[in-house]
Design a protein around this ligand. Structure first.
Ligand SMILES: C[S@@+](CC[C@H](N)C(=O)[O-])C[C@H]1O[C@@H](n2cnc3c(N)ncnc32)[C@H](O)[C@@H]1O
Length: 449
């Protein structure tokens, strides 16, 4: 059966999934604040990172958090129906460790992919503000089919743009032209959407000045140019191997790309959301431009990559788990507590030290080929298996929320193995350790005072 004859059935099934969607309660598990007031419990739209399936999460945001019509910009970069697995690549013990970041395989074919996306697009329409824009990032595999469903869900008249993002990276073929672009479909919810036009350089012919009356001209190292309204074909490089932006997460998108979208449709303070957030590119850009964000992903590695990336940028945010809280404890780690008294004072210096991480449990995250390498590195350089760790020196047993004083992440490959705090009384300490595969574990310690 051709896909066109299935369209109505797919739309109905997607809509049914949307109508029957059940939310899962969001448990607050972590709160990271940097020299800022703690979060106001009422302000629920304040910088959220959420681990869970986005259908359940969006349903909960709508039904429990009153977020209908509150999101000014939605960007999604879902699986593309590429029928491939995507690896994350991390360096440990001098080796590149590859492991599955997420799968984009659809046993039941394109129609099951379209149903999945359709149900979620309906939920996004409910979350989108009347003056907001939604940006759906796809490529040649499914963009043309999804466009038809977006016309149906958002209305043909609300189609705003088809952005072509073109880049140099990737392979070539002897059977077709090199595929060097992705497609981003942009829709509004109403005709009243906000749009802030951007400008770009347009180089003069022969790079010489024109001297037209009333036309402002500029010169850079290439030559003379004028500023024109930005076009819908964007030439932006992919995140390079040595770029400081690089997280190692598969299919990470460049911040420059997100920045362009964000600046064209939001102002400071607006709420932006990405429900397939991967390594958290939208959240990182939103934080850097004083926008609020919601970042959701079903994968632990994605969520931990987002947390580490935001913490590195000193962003304050909260982390939620959709459904039951997961206690972690899947790694076998040792942490130590050293206490140094200050002479002639009641105060002490508490030093938490990361001591070791056993190989047990680690190798389950990689396939057969990588297993021996992972075991060896875990034995020889165990701390290379840690991607980040954080310490809450005043852990509150009553609410069980991890509120780290410090989040330690890698800089140019190096991870600090201790952290300190001055204390003047007893402390309950909780340490969170995250391995390079996104598994996390919590360890508890006490200083009796
Ligand atoms: C293409 S990646 C996103 C990459 C991201 N834009 C970045 O810059 O890092 C797609 C992500 O969608 C997530 N995902 C797939 N299905 C999901 C679902 N139902 N709910 C939440 N996340 C999902 C995957 O785990 C993966 O991280």
């Amino acid at each position: 059966m051709s896909l066109i004859s299935e369209f109505t059935r797919i739309k109905k099934a997607g809509k049914r999934q949307y109508e029957n969607a059940k939310g899962k309660p969001l448990s607050l598990i972590e709160e990271i604040t940097w020299g800022q007031k703690p979060f106001d419990a009422q302000d629920d739209a304040e910088n959220m990172v959420i681990h869970g399936d986005n259908k359940e999460v969006m349903k909960t945001l709508l039904s429990e958090y009153d977020m209908a019509g509150k999101v000014k910009m939605i960007y999604i970069d879902p699986p593309f129906f590429s029928k491939a697995d995507y690896d994350a690549v991390v360096k440990a013990g001098g080796e590149n460790i590859r492991h599955l970041a997420y799968a984009d395989k659809w046993e039941k074919g394109l129609s099951s992919y379209l149903k999945m996306l359709t149900a979620r697009l309906y939920l996004m329409r409910d979350l989108l503000a009347e003056d907001g824009l939604i940006w759906v990032h796809l490529d040649w595999h499914a963009a043309h089919y999804v466009k038809v469903f977006m016309d149906e869900i958002f209305g043909e008249k609300n189609f705003v743009n088809e952005i072509i993002w073109t880049y140099k990276s990737g392979g070539s073929s002897k059977r077709h032209f090199s595929r060097k672009h992705d497609t981003i479909l942009v829709y509004s919810k109403t005709a009243k959407y906000d749009f802030f036009p951007q400008q770009e350089k347009s180089y003069n012919r022969q790079l010489k000045p024109y001297h037209f009356r009333g036309v402002k001209e500029y010169k850079d190292e290439v030559g003379w140019y004028t500023l024109v309204g930005m076009k819908d074909v964007w030439n932006i490089d992919m995140v390079g191997r040595t770029s400081s932006e690089r997280t190692g997460y598969a299919t990470q998108k460049p911040e420059q790309l997100l920045l362009r979208m964000m600046e064209s449709c939001t102002k400071e303070g607006d709420l932006c959301a990405d429900f397939f957030c991967g390594s958290g590119t939208l959240a990182a850009v939103a934080a850097s431009r004083n926008r609020r964000f919601i970042a959701c992903d079903a994968g632990e590695l994605a969520v931990e990559s987002t947390i580490g990336r935001l913490a590195k940028g000193n962003t304050s945010f909260r982390v939620f788990e959709a459904g039951k809280r997961d206690g972690g404890s899947r790694l076998n780690v040792k942490v130590g507590l050293e206490v140094e008294p200050f002479p002639a004072s009641d105060k002490v210096l508490l030093r938490v030290r990361l001591l070791s991480l056993s190989e047990r449990g680690l190798e389950k995250s990689v396939d057969e080929k990588m297993r021996e390498t992972v075991r060896r590195i875990a034995r020889e350089k165990p701390l290379d298996m840690v991607s980040s760790w954080s310490v809450d020196f005043e852990f509150n047993d009553a609410d069980g929320i991890h509120r780290p004083d410090l989040v330690l992440t890698r800089t140019k490959g190096d991870l600090p193995d201790f952290c300190e705090k001055i204390a003047d009384g007893p402390c309950r300490i909780r340490v969170k350790i995250v391995d390079i595969f996104g598994n996390s574990t919590y360890e508890r310690m006490e200083y009796e005072g």
